[in-house]
Design a protein around this ligand. Structure first.
Ligand code: ZN
Length: 277
């Protein structure tokens, strides 16, 4: 195991959706253009593998369920709004292969939240070491269960897919605050987009800090020039508080933000098998 921290980025395809989901009311009809057409955007889906001297291989998020490719997994209403374009090389299993490992080699799995584009790869972790203690925020877990069990035919509701996380042979370990999980590896509790997104901040071998806000900030446009919530929002006031927390940590550690769904930034990211170290 490496003596210093490093990470690599996995790419799980792109989601096509209306731009207003990512940036609320960013493309409204106007007096001059009352019939202005909606704007369709394509955003990347990523997960992150960290190598940590004490924790081992830590995976943050898993990408979508392998069956989502082609649309078989999501119900028609969801497929109408969000279309995943991906290929078989972009499943979590194949992405892990790029760095020579498999789900069985992962020592710890952290889920930023339980939406289908982040939690679908949980299916790979049944009966694994990481599957015995998956870290997720308790409020997130409760809300996802509620959303996917309260009505008839609601197995997929508001971005949560019951089949993604109601699985045999996995257990969860709840983490609800901002604090250090291990040396130079901090989890940030970031409510807003959902009841609680868990972001990560790490200091890598070179001494540089990287902050992963998860879907607390889909893209740079949710942060700059002014905080701007997404259309997919659970608690808009909490969104602004989470933005302040992210800004404070970014400033204090001169951390570089890596957004989860930013197609502009994505052009400049290095993907696995390359490492940031
Ligand atoms: Zn997402």
């Amino acid at each position: 195991m490496a003596s210093k921290i490093r990470f690599c980025l996995f790419f799980h395809g792109t989601i096509g959706n209306d731009c207003n989901w990512n940036l609320a009311m960013s493309h409204p009809a106007t007096v001059d253009q009352p019939d202005r057409p909606a704007r369709w955007v394509k955003i990347p889906v990523i997960s992150v593998l960290f190598e940590h001297p004490d924790l081992g291989y830590v995976l943050w998020d898993t990408g979508p369920h392998p069956a989502v490719t082609g649309g078989a997994w999501l119900p028609p209403a969801e497929r109408e709004l969000f279309f995943l374009e991906s290929n078989p090389d972009q499943t979590l299993e194949q992405q892990l292969r790029l760095v020579g490992i498999s789900p069985r080699n992962i020592n710890l799995l952290i889920l930023s939240h339980l939406h289908w584009d982040h939690a679908g790869g949980l299916v790979y972790f049944q009966k694994t070491e990481a599957g015995e203690k998956i870290i997720v925020a308790e409020e997130e877990f409760k809300y996802a269960l509620l959303k996917t069990h309260q009505k008839k035919n609601c197995f997929c509701q508001d971005g949560y897919c019951r089949h993604d996380f109601v699985l045999s042979d996995i257990q969860f370990d709840f983490w609800n605050h901002t604090g250090e999980l291990a040396r130079d590896f901090t989890l940030l509790a970031l409510p807003g987009h959902t009841p609680c997104v868990l972001g990560v901040m790490v200091k890598v071998n070179s001494g540089d800090y990287y902050l992963f806000p998860g879907d607390a900030l889909f893209t740079r446009a949710n942060l700059e020039p002014e905080p701007h919530p997404p259309g997919l929002i659970y608690d808009s006031l909490a969104f602004y508080r989470s933005v302040e927390l992210i800004k404070a940590w970014k400033r204090r550690y001169r951390a570089q933000l890596i957004y989860p769904h930013d197609s502009e930034q994505f052009k400049f990211l290095r993907l696995a098998p390359q490492w940031y170290e």
